[in-house]
Structure formats: C-alpha cells, structure tokens
Write a protein that binds this ligand. Structure first.
Ligand code: NAD
Length: 490
C-alpha cells in the first residue's frame, strides 16, 4: 500500500540525526499524504523530557529544517517519548507497554519500525532487548533500521550482524547508506539501462576510466573521537564510495526488484580485485588536512581539532584505483577520491570515454577533449554530456560543448531528502536502497586489506594538503601514472 501504518520507534530521539533528518522527513511524508493518521512515533533517549517538551522539540526541528508549520500541531501530537537508558534492561518492559498502547490507540496493526539513531556501540544491546523483552513479538511486521557505521571492520561487522540476526531476519534489517537515498544515485541505473546511447558503450571497449569524487568542505567538527578511530577509508569508502562503484559497474539486473538488483551489486563487489600489500601502496593514497582557508575563512589543521591526537596518523582523504576483474571492465580503472576540508563540496561521477580512433582535427589549435558523461549527485543534480562540435567561424576547428540538465536543487520540497525516501521505503518494505549483509561483508573485506597496510605504516608526510585545496599531490600522481587526470570538480 502507499500509505503505510506503523509505530516508528526512534532510539536517539534527542540527537542530531533525529532533529536534522528524521523528524523533517516524517513531516514531509505526512504532508504529502504518505503517512496516514495511523502512525505514531515513540522517541527514546536518555534525557528526561516531558511529553510537551519532546513534542515542542519536534515542532522546532520541523520549523527550523523545513521552514513550514502547516498542520504541525496535529503532526506533533503523534509523537511520544520515553526517557530510557538503553543499557538498562528494566525499562524495556515499560517501552513495550507504551508501544502496545499506541498500537491499539492508532490502529497500527502491530507494525513496528525500530530506528537506531544512536552510537553504534548500543546497536547490539538494543537488538537483544527488543527480542528478549517482547518488543519484536508483534502481529504486524517488525523491521530494524540501522545507521552507519555497521562495524569497524569485517570481523566486528560480522559479530554485530550475527547478534542482530538473533532478533531480526536479514529481510527485516534495513542498513542505511543515505547515499542510496539520493535521487541521482538512484538515477545511475536509469541512465545506464534506459538509454540506447549509453548501455551499448558501458564497457571496456568504449570507456577509458571512471572517476567518483565526494568532497566536503567541512572538517571533522565535533566528531574527532569517532573519526580518529575511523578515518576517511572506513567512514566514506567502505560504504558510500563502494556503493556508487557497485551501481556503476554492475551487470543489468534481469528484473528491477530488490533481490535482483542487490545480487548484481554483490557480484560487482565480488569482482573487485583484493589488494595485496604492494597494490595498496601503488593504488591507494591518503591525505590529512593542514590549516588553510575555505571561503575566505581560515580553519585549523586536523591535528589541532578537538579530541584529535596532535600526531594523528588518521587519514581525512583517500584516493584509490579500483580494479574490477571481469569481462566488462578488464583494463578500465575506477578511480575514487573523498576527503574533508577540500575547496568545494561536491559529489559526482565522471565517465570518460575513449578517444576516437583517429583525430581528423588534430592540427587545429585545440586538442580534442574526450567525451565525458558527468553525473552530478550533490549539491548539483543532473547529468552533463561533454561533446565536441564545430567552432563557429570559418575553418574546421572544434570546440567542446555541453548538454546539461544539471541544476542546483534549490527547491528542497521538490527534491525529497534522501532520508525521506529511505524512511518511506522502509515502511513500505522496499529494501532495494539499503545494503544487504553480503555487500557490507565484501566491502569491509576489501577495505580491511587497505587499513591493514596503513595502520602498520606511519604516514610521515601528514599533514599533506592545505584546507581549501584540491587534496594531496599524491592523488594527482596516482592518475598521472596511468596517463589520466582528475576532471575538475568545478
Ligand atoms: P547524537 O550524539 O546527536 O545523538 C545520540 C542520541 O542517543 C541522543 O538522543 C542520546 O540521548 C541518545 N543516547 C546516547 N546514549 C544513550 C543511552 N545509553 N540510552 C539512551 N539513549 C542514549 O548522534 P547522531 O549524530 O544523531 O547520530 C546517531 C547515529 O546516526 C550514529 O550512528 C551516527 O553515526 C549516525 N549518523 C548520523 C548522521 C548525522 O547527520 N548526525 C549522519 C549519518 C549517520
């Protein structure tokens, strides 16, 4: 059905994610009629709050992050709160009673969504208690929506997964990778599989290389404690970057359903060549930001950020070359790069096509630029195709031209926030844009081989890029070795 009914239990309901993303997304769904009046949200967090205080915090978040307040009182009246330390086993019984009451009051048919918007060290404990104390014992569906990071490496991820699987089946676990909720990430497969112009060219005969960039201008902010143990490789590559690579590299699914799409993504991840120690050193580089200037403002270096070791070896930037060992992609490098405190905020994919066999226009003053397909993911959304055309005027000179649908998504109401789509999908039971355990496992194994090398070799060049720059020089050299260069992020 299109208007799902459920009790949405948010663990961590006073946190940043709940206020910035989850409440506003639920409100937008409500306004679009995608949530009927048959829903309730039960917020759980440590702080003691009255019902009025909690509902007031919900209203404030909606006004602040959506700029709207239409029907807000009615919406907020669906929100309930329980102050509860998730490590305290006695309070789950109370939670169950409140859940049952809300279920009855709103006619929720026993459908339950448990959303874990809390630090990952609590995921296992919460999962155990939900089952032990009967919260998962319900007439309708029960689903667990779980935030990143899913583990710290393969081993810890597997341990967490085994534990959660005591209470939820794989089909009931919705692992969030919010990149998969982004409109343009979902558009990758449409561009590939709905266009005669691209589908036949999507292989090593016509594509020379693919570049995936995700750059941030923000630094580590208040997350130093977490980030010191994570770094860009675990925080960005294991999940978001590899997910985009999988969508670009996968074979066409035989059907557009969850199982088929995910199994093609799994196959793509299985084709990633595991990195030996030598390959890690050759194919992956890391960076750490120094002080610098971003948008006219001077910002500190990573090592002087709060909760960061003054001699930290943690990378805030990663660039790498991925090798996909299958017939379609043999010989085509997939380059990825991601980092904090770079000159601009941008996520995009550049597909560079091979040069045509013979350049008739080579004697003109401009060199032919290769054809590029750029998929802009954020903040711009859309696609740009770079072609060559005749330069106006006499003679046969060429000039690059662009066909572009890209635009800044100014009207936020019209481009649904990733979290809005993902919440809606999880309520409808569509797990396509969530990561299956097999994807998580393969991604960790790939990334673990790189961490293993990096953790044993102190990077003596850190810090090696200025805040506000394009990243470390080693990232440029990585492509130069192959005769390529990064296409600008602009
Ligand atoms: P936060 O620190 O702002 O909020 C944590 C919440 O957990 C608070 O509501 C707090 O009261 C509650 N909490 C902590 N200990 C508790 C306990 N023992 N018992 C009960 N409640 C307790 O964190 P956040 O930024 O909202 O992030 C939550 C999760 O979402 C994390 O896994 C994070 O990695 C992930 N995440 C956050 C963002 C974001 O934009 N904030 C983005 C992606 C992923």
């Amino acid at each position: 059905t299109n208007t799902p009914t459920a009790l949405i239990m948010i663990f961590g309901a006073t946190g940043d994610l709940a206020h910035r993303k989850l409440f506003p997304s639920l409100y937008r769904l409500y306004k679009k009629g995608r949530l009927t009046d048959r829903f309730a949200v039960l917020g759980v967090a440590r702080r003691s709050l009255t019902l009025e205080e909690f509902q007031e915090s919900v209203r404030k978040s909606i006004v602040e992050f959506t700029g709207e307040q239409d029907g807000l009182d009615e919406f907020a009246s669906h929100f309930y709160y329980q102050s509860h330390d998730v490590t305290d086993s006695s309070s789950y019984i109370q939670l169950r009673e409140l859940a049952n009451k809300l279920d009855e009051h709103y006619g929720l048919e026993g459908n339950r969504l448990f959303y874990l918007a809390m630090a990952p060290e609590f995921f296992g404990t919460i999962g155990d208690h939900l089952k032990l104390d009967g919260l998962t014992d319900t007439a309708g569906y029960k689903r667990l929506v779980i935030e990143k990071p899913f583990g710290h490496d393969f081993e810890s991820a597997q341990e967490l997964n085994n534990r959660l699987r005591q209470a939820f089946s794989e089909e009931e676990i919705y692992r969030i990778d919010h990149y998969l909720g982004k409109a343009m990430v979902q558009n990758i497969q449409v561009i590939r599989f709905a266009n005669a112009l691209f589908e036949p060219l999507w292989n090593n005969r016509y594509i020379s290389n693919i570049q995936v960039t995700s750059s941030e201008t923000l630094g580590v902010e208040e997350r130093g404690r977490y980030y010191e143990k994570s770094g860009a490789l675990r925080d960005m590559v294991q999940n978001h970057m590899l997910q985009m690579v999988a969508l670009l590299a996968m074979e066409p699914p035989i059907k557009l359903n969850t199982e088929e799409i995910r199994s093609e993504k799994v196959r793509a991840l299985r084709s990633l060549r595991p990195m030996s120690q030598d390959e890690v050193n050759q194919y992956f580089v890391r960076g750490q930001y120094d002080e610098g200037t971003i948008n006219g403002e001077s910002v500190p270096g990573y090592r002087t950020e709060p909760m960061v070791d003054p001699e930290s070896n943690t990378e805030t930037y990663v660039a790498g070359k991925l090798v996909i060992d299958n017939f379609r992609w043999a010989g085509v490098p997939f380059y990825i790069r991601t980092g904090k405190r770079l000159g601009s905020k941008s996520t995009k994919i550049v597909v560079q096509f091979k040069d045509i066999p013979m350049n008739l226009y080579y004697n003109t003053d401009e060199k032919l630029t290769p054809n590029l397909l750029v998929i802009h993911i954020q903040p711009e959304e859309g696609v740009t195709l770079h072609l060559n055309a005749k330069k106006s005027g006499s003679g046969m000179k060429t000039t690059p031209v662009r066909l572009s649908t890209a635009s800044k998504s100014i009207d936020r109401m019209n481009t649904p926030e990733a979290y809005e789509k993902l919440l809606y999908d999880s309520m409808r039971g569509d797990a396509t844009n969530f990561t299956h355990w097999d994807e998580v496992a393969l991604s960790w194994k790939f990334v673990d081989a790189i961490s293993a090398v990096w953790e044993n070799t102190k990077e003596t060049t850190f810090p090696n890029y200025a805040a506000g720059s394009d990243g470390p020089q080693v990232a440029d050299q990585l492509l130069e070795k192959d005769g390529f260069e990064w296409w600008p992020v602009e």
